[in-house]
Each structure stands twice: as structure tokens, then as C-alpha cells.
Design a protein around this ligand. Structure first.
Ligand code: ADP
Ligand code: MG
Length: 255
């Protein structure tokens, strides 16, 4: 496997509390890696540490073989790692098209980008992104009138508009309907034609839909790693994580 992103023995410590206790991870070219684990396991912290939003105490992050540990977040984004946060961070008063336009490389201010004449190349690029996130028909719609799920897709679009090599997604289906969740899975799978993807997720149906390789985090450590089947059959994973889901399902059925 040609590794695009490599995390080696990463530790993140918050005022004495070890949120990550030496986690290693490799992400290949155009591969989808899904991270699961109970709340507080350190999943978001891992993505934060990759993009220097949380400081790395020890260990290293390598991107295309270069050590990017604790580099400036803007520099990391510029190098090609795009990160979508848990809550959509979009411009509600602008249209879907304008939101993607603002995210394009080389776009510096709202006023400039909206009043400046669009080159055909930029327009084609935006249309391609809108097509990939399934919002072509909503190009002229104000983001404020979209559903929560559609707003999440706009933000995914804003990330891919920057042509990242690696896309990091933190709970991309949070708050979505089952239909939106499924559509998001298909969007992510199509992203992997051009990008490597690391997605944090807790919905196991969704994980099964997209996962090639799953990494399970628990209390700041990697508990297991493998295919969907290997993870589902892993007794430790069942005990700390999947077992709980099964109990939830039984409660759902009983209710
Ligand atoms: P997950 O995303 O797996 O639910 P997080 O990575 O958000 O978990 O958090 C892992 C642990 O680190 C939690 O115990 C959380 O309270 C703690 N933590 C996360 N961010 C900070 C922070 N900025 N300061 C202090 N503690 C934090
Ligand atoms: Mg989290």
C-alpha cells in the first residue's frame, strides 16, 4: 500500500489527560478508512491532531512522506488535507453555488468572488462539485433553506472544492434522516475515486455501506483494525462498542 497519510505513535495530552495514548494509522491512496468507537474515545482528537488543531505531544504525522507534525493548520490545508468538522460551517445567507465558489482555491473575499467575473474553468469546477454532492438542482438555493443533511453536503462540497488529497470527515451523517445518510454514503464512495477519505462514524449500517477498513478507538488507544467482518467478529469490539449497539437495537424493537 502506498501510504498517503501516516500517523505514528501519536499522543495528545490535555492538561495531563491523555486523550490519545500512542495511536498509529495508515491511509492509502484513494482508500476509505472509517474510525469508530465510543464517545470520548479520541476520534475527533485524532483528526484534530492530524491538522494541528490539537497539539501533538509526541509521535508524528506524515503526509506523502513529509513530516507535518504540529505544522501550521493553514499550511496543512494548503498541502492537501481537507477537514470537515462536526457542525456544518456554511454561509447561510449565500446560495449553494456561492458557498462552493468561496471555497475554491485562490478565492480570498466574499465580495471579490461574488462580484468578479467567473471564468469558465471556475464555473465548470463548481458545477462538477455540485454534481458530486447531489445539489446541482439547488445551485441557486439559499443555504438557509436547505435541510440539515443538505447543509452537510454543502460543507463536504466546500472541502472537495479545494482539491484535497485527503478528506477528513467527522461524523458526516450526524442529524441526518436514513435516506440522507444513505445518500451521504454514496457521495463518500464517489469521493474515493479522487481522494483518500478518513471518516468518523457511529452508524454501523453506514459504516458497512462505505467501509473498506475500520479502525476502532477506545480510551485513546487503537483497540482493533480490520474489515467489517473482522471488526464485527472481534470479541473485544463487541464488548466495548458493538455490544452496546445490539442492546440499543433490542430496546428499539421492544419499544
Ligand atoms: P470522540 O470524538 O471519540 O467522542 P474526543 O476526541 O472528542 O472523543 O475526546 C476524547 C477525550 O478528550 C474526551 O475525554 C474529551 O473530553 C477530551 N478532550 C477533547 N478535546 C479536549 C480539549 N480541547 N480539552 C480538554 N479535553 C479534551
Ligand atoms: Mg467526536
Amino acid at each position: 500500500m502506498t501510504s498517503i497519510l501516516e500517523v505514528k505513535d501519536l499522543q495528545v495530552i490535555f492538561s495531563g489527560f491523555k486523550a490519545l495514548k500512542g495511536v498509529s494509522l495508515e491511509v492509502g491512496d484513494r482508500e476509505i478508512v472509517t474510525i469508530i468507537g465510543p464517545n470520548g474515545a479520541g476520534k475527533s482528537t485524532l483528526l484534530d491532531a492530524i491538522v494541528s488543531k490539537s497539539p501533538v505531544a509526541s509521535g508524528n504525522v506524515y503526509f506523502q512522506g513529509k513530516d507535518i507534525t504540529n505544522k501550521n493548520p493553514y499550511e496543512i490545508a494548503r498541502m492537501g488535507i481537507g477537514r470537515k468538522f462536526q457542525n456544518p460551517n456554511v454561509y447561510n445567507e449565500l446560495t449553494v453555488f456561492e458557498n462552493i465558489l468561496l471555497a475554491l482555491k485562490g478565492t480570498h473575499s466574499i465580495l471579490n468572488s461574488i462580484t468578479a467575473k467567473l471564468t469558465q474553468k471556475k464555473r465548470d469546477k463548481i458545477i462538477d462539485v455540485l454534481d458530486r454532492i447531489g445539489l446541482l438542482d439547488d445551485a441557486a438555493t439559499k443555504v438557509s433553506s436547505l435541510s440539515h443533511g443538505q447543509k452537510q453536503w454543502v460543507e463536504i462540497g466546500m472541502v472537495i472544492a479545494q482539491d484535497p488529497t485527503v478528506v477528513l470527515l467527522d461524523e458526516p451523517t450526524a442529524g441526518m434522516t436514513p435516506e440522507e445518510t444513505y445518500a451521504t454514503g454514496e457521495i463518500i464512495k464517489s469521493l474515493a475515486q479522487n481522494h483518500s477519505v478518513v471518516a468518523i462514524e457511529h452508524d454501523m449500517e453506514f459504516v458497512k455501506q462505505i467501509a473498506e477498513r475500520i479502525v476502532v478507538l477506545h480510551q485513546g488507544e487503537k483497540l482493533a483494525e480490520g474489515s467489517v467482518q473482522e471488526i464485527q467478529d472481534n470479541p473485544q469490539v463487541i464488548e466495548v462498542y458493538l455490544g452496546r449497539e445490539k442492546i440499543d437495537e433490542q430496546v428499539d424493537i421492544a419499544a
